[in-house]
Design a protein around this ligand. Structure first.
Ligand SMILES: Nc1nc2c(ncn2[C@@H]2O[C@H](COP(=O)(O)OP(=O)(O)OP(=O)(O)O)[C@@H](O)[C@H]2O)c(=O)[nH]1
Length: 286
């Protein structure tokens, strides 16, 4: 249990790293292992350490970089074998090099495929089956990672809490099925207004939230005004009184400190609108 929790925390922490940083880290580690391998010679099992950058890149960096890191590990092993060539041990050394190559490739492929499978399972578990928005749990998890990233890179991050107004009327007058169809329409419209890297979560029956990465309040105003207009257009054919109360909070480098806090502040801002005019956007200054 402790081991699993530690591994989970480690993976989550590594996931917040910039990709270029991870690539540099893997290459430096390989260089260090190559040096150790050369120093200790072909009879010491030092080369096993190559499995660390190989499996880590297979998990975190995708196929292309796994291939490069694996290839480099194989190439880096060659000078080690050239050392005792004079003593006529070519055959067993060639066999050793071949077996290492097979093992490296096997682990690289295994971890890559496992990661792919895990991503698919996670995707299935992380999606709301009706609207195909992310589940609340996934949204919180993703948001926590983004907060850590924003904290490190000193980039702003904006969260908008969207609550539908008068949605109950749709169910009551048009039926639950039409209500479902409207929710799907709304989620599709929101997603169409998001950029790559932003995400949509369904936090409750008629409550959605979006996370706009690297977005300050000024930029959020442009995105959300356009989104609100598009949402009103999308619900128009349903002939309902459905509108949108939206609360917005921008995270600035050090606060709020958690996703829970960020959502609570956006919810509070949304509530100000809900209790007054409805159908508007409230920006909170945290
Ligand atoms: N069709 C459908 N309805 C849902 C679903 N989940 C929740 N609801 C309904 O959404 C409604 C949400 O309640 P409220 O937020 O109080 O309704 P509202 O009319 O939007 O109220 P205000 O937010 O005050 O304007 C309830 O009637 C729920 O039954 C769903 O998956 N499908």
């Amino acid at each position: 249990m402790v081991a699993r929790q530690t591994l989970y925390t480690f993976v989550k922490y590594i996931n917040t790293f910039d990709r270029r940083y991870l690539i540099s880290l893997a290459l430096c580690l390989e260089l260090l292992i190559a040096w150790g391998d050369y120093i200790t010679g072909p009879l010491a099992p030092f080369a096993h350490f190559y499995l660390i950058p190989i499996t880590c890149s297979a998990y975190f960096l995708g196929k292309r970089w796994t291939f490069i890191i694996t290839l480099l590990a194989i190439i880096a092993g060659i000078p080690v074998f050239l050392q005792p060539l004079k003593s006529g041990q070519l055959m067993p050394l060639m066999l050793d090099l071949t077996s290492k190559t097979i093992i490296y490739l096997f682990f690289a492929l295994l971890v890559s495929e496992m990661r792919k499978l895990m991503d698919t399972l996670k995707e299935l578990a992380s999606e709301d089956p009706l609207t195909r928005a992310n589940s609340g749990r996934y949204f919180y998890e993703f948001g926590s990672t983004e907060i850590a990233r924003a904290q490190r890179s000193k980039q702003p991050l904006t969260l908008a809490f969207i609550d539908l107004d008068n949605f109950k009327d749709v169910n009551d007058t048009l039926g639950h099925q039409q209500g479902d169809a409207l929710l799907v329409e709304i989620a599709t419209t929101i997603k169409a207004n998001l950029r790559e890297g932003d995400i949509l979560g369904r936090l409750g029956g008629d409550e959605f939230a979006i996370l706009l990465t690297q977005t300050d309040q000024q930029q959020a105003k442009v995105i959300l005004s356009r989104m609100q207009a598009n949402l009103l257009n999308a619900v128009h054919p349903y002939d309902t009184r459905v509108t949108f109360s939206i609360g917005v909070v921008t995270y600035l480098a050090d606060k709020p400190t958690s996703m829970k806090e960020l959502v609570a502040l956006a919810d509070k801002a949304m509530y100000v609108i809900k209790k007054s005019t409805k159908n508007a956007i409230q920006y909170s200054d945290t």
